[in-house]
Design a protein around this ligand. Structure first.
Ligand code: GLN
Length: 208
């Protein structure tokens, strides 16, 4: 039976994640209420705007149910704003923004946005076969610090695949995993490469 994976559907790249998960062999469903959250084997927190999503999580009374399911080991994948929501600590966040937690990292919000609004490069991604992943960053966070149980799966190279100096972004961790929680600073849902979603579908299958 296909695993059932929810995409938090309050704001952001919801349709793109639903399509990518479906292509990767999951049954993908939008999640807007706690009763929907209760039915899924895994959850994707999409890119968008973490402060807006945080407000809507409270409005839709999803904050506590989602925190509770994450504490119970619900597999989660956060991309960009989703990574920020999962992080234990946010630098340059809005003081009132809520965090879900579950990922023992410190992220800097809008880290790439201070130099250029978007940034693209190919990345070596540990555990994925078939060559580098093309990563698109849109006012993206990067990971500044990782806890002992966090594995770094991809970091920004010194020189981008287009030949540009990566500057301050060089060497920053942009894909991490801690057990059942996966996060990327970039947006694989926008490029048509389904390998990151396939990795998450596998994680959900294994957990179930
Ligand atoms: N800058 C956004 C935030 O703070 C994230 C951007 C994105 O998800 N593309 O949530």
């Amino acid at each position: 039976m296909a695993v059932r994976i929810g995409v938090l559907a309050l704001q952001g790249n919801v349709r793109e994640h639903l399509a990518a998960l479906t292509a990767a062999g999951a049954e993908a469903v939008p999640v807007r209420r706690a009763s929907e959250l209760a039915t899924v084997d895994g959850i994707v927190l999409p890119g968008g705007e973490s402060t807006t999503m945080s407000t809507l999580l409270a409005t839709f009374e999803l904050l506590e149910p989602l925190r509770a399911r994450l504490r119970d080991g619900l597999p989660a994948y956060g991309s960009c704003a989703g990574m920020i929501l999962l992080a234990e600590e946010i630098l340059d966040g809005r003081p009132d923004q809520h965090q879900l937690g579950g990922l023992d990292v410190v992220v800097r919000r809008n880290a790439f946005g201070r130099q250029v609004d978007s940034f693209e490069t190919d990345l070596e991604f540990t555990g994925l076969t078939g060559g580098p992943v093309h990563a698109v960053f849109i006012r993206a966070p990067w990971v500044e610090k990782t806890g002992g149980d966090v594995e770094v799966l991809a970091s920004v190279p010194e020189v981008t695949s287009a030949g540009a100096d990566a500057g301050e972004a060089a060497g920053r961790a942009v894909a991490v995993r801690q057990g059942r929680v996966l996060a990327t600073s970039f947006h694989p849902e926008l490029t048509g490469d389904r390998r990151v979603h396939a990795l998450f579908v596998d994680m959900v299958r294994t957990a179930r």
